[in-house]
Design a protein. Structure first.
Length: 138
């Protein structure tokens, strides 16, 4: 297995199917390519490749803070491992790659939001609870 930055060719090699393990995307390949084209320098989409197919993904969004001496924080989003590939260390490898990249970009923390059922996995990977999570759909 290899962890790498998402490339446009990966969209056809299981990336969308992997995201569907998290939630159905309902994206066409052309729509996915439009989104890919809009990714900026503060967003890193990582993928796990195995046997020529994408079997895992995580997105790291870096942002500068007014606090912490203009430090940078990372937000981990869209973490997914394709069904049938769970419990093989793919998710943990994606987290470690995201943490390494956040450090390299000057980050001092990485935060995420997850469902209660995923808390033990993230705790196993070094994350700690920091209050309630709230959301407002717009």
């Amino acid at each position: 297995m290899q962890i790498k930055k998402l490339e446009v060719k990966d969209l056809e090699r299981g990336f969308l199917k992997t995201l569907d393990s998290l939630t159905e995307t309902h994206l066409t390949l052309e729509e996915a390519k439009e989104i890919y084209a809009e990714i900026d320098a503060n967003v890193l989409v990582l993928v796990a490749e195995s046997g020529g197919e994408i079997v895992g993904t995580a997105t790291l969004v870096m942002f500068r803070k007014f606090r912490k001496g203009k430090g940078k924080a990372g937000y981990l989003e869209d973490m997914a491992v394709r069904k049938g590939f769970e419990r093989q260390g793919i998710g943990s490898s994606l987290i470690e790659a995201a943490i390494k990249e956040a450090k390299a970009r000057g980050g001092y923390k990485v935060v995420l939001t997850c469902g209660e059922h995923n808390v033990p996995f993230y705790e196993k990977n070094g994350f700690k609870r920091r209050g309630p999570t709230m959301r407002r759909n717009i």
